[in-house]
Design a protein around this ligand. Structure first.
Ligand SMILES: Nc1ncnc2c1ncn2[C@@H]1O[C@H](COP(=O)(O)OP(=O)(O)OP(=O)(O)O)[C@@H](O)[C@H]1O
Length: 252
């Protein structure tokens, strides 16, 4: 995935910097971003999505830089972002909602309406297109949000804790959808859930205190697990612990 951060620093309202001089390129395929609360995962995704502007340094996708105002519309068409909190307009159907997102991204109204159904189909919600978003389950609403991000045919999809609050069945459905989507788009997502790592991603990034502590393939990541960890979930938790030291406890 050619989204690169070069010597990026960022702080919220002149507070202590969350990221300091971070140079990092997101890997291609499906990447999971792990880290304790406050590690900077949402901030990193927000910068990669051009929703936040670095105080110094640059974020680029190919030859498009988020620092150049004129490049932003093209950047945002290629790089889609689903924030942690998705604001949905009360009373709209799922299709209205997705079409509205397409229109906000500059799609002509008719095209947005047509593509909205396609995007809902990609997240397996075409049959709920005419239902009000508020009538869908939490997990289904998150899938509508993914369809909103996808409607303009992005090349990269950045998802901030998309599986938060989903039950195991919903998570399984969601991971299958991501597996299908990843044939066409690069995906980076943040989560606190390590249970599906072995089978659901290609690469792992561990962030702590604004620093990348690990970046590599899932196989490489799991090789850092202790020998006593046997199940995939235990191995992922153990490997994660190897990179995060918080008085011996995992903060998530
Ligand atoms: N809007 C904001 N204003 C001020 N500080 C913020 C804001 N958003 C995040 N922060 C601070 O920036 C730091 C990194 O937060 P961020 O949300 O990027 O972490 P995270 O790894 O995504 O955490 P979580 O897993 O809890 O979602 C934290 O110290 C947080 O308090």
């Amino acid at each position: 995935m050619p989204i690169s951060m070069s010597e990026c620093s960022f702080s919220y309202r002149r507070r202590r910097p969350v990221l300091r001089d971070l140079s990092y390129t997101l890997p291609p395929g499906r990447t999971v971003l792990l880290g304790p609360n406050g590690a900077g995962k949402s901030t990193l995704l927000g910068l990669c999505a051009s929703a936040l502007r670095p105080d110094s340094g640059s974020v680029t996708y190919g030859d498009l830089s988020t620092g150049r105002r004129r490049a932003l519309p093209a950047f945002r068409r290629r790089v889609a972002w689903m924030p942690q909190q998705v604001e949905q307009v009360q009373g709209l159907t799922a299709r209205d909602q997705v079409a509205y997102s397409g229109w906000l991204k500059g799609m002509p109204r008719r095209e947005a309406w047509r593509e909205a159904l396609q995007a809902l189909d990609r997240v397996e919600l075409a049959d709920r297109a005419d239902d009000k978003v508020q009538e869908l389950s939490g997990g289904q609403q998150r899938r509508v949000a993914v369809a909103q991000a996808l409607v303009h045919d992005a090349e990269v999809l950045l998802l901030d804790e998309p599986t938060a609050g989903m039950d195991p069945r919903q998570r399984q459905v969601f991971h299958q959808i991501l597996a299908d989507l990843s044939k066409e788009v690069h995906i980076a997502l943040s989560t606190h859930d390590t249970s599906d790592i072995a089978n659901s991603y290609d690469s792992v990034v561990v962030l702590s205190d604004g620093q990348v502590r690990f970046s590599g393939t899932v196989v490489d990541f799991l090789s850092h697990a202790s020998a006593t960890a046997t199940s995939d979930e235990q191995r992922a938790t153990s490997a994660y612990q190897a990179f995060i030291e918080i008085d011996g406890a995992i903060s998530w």
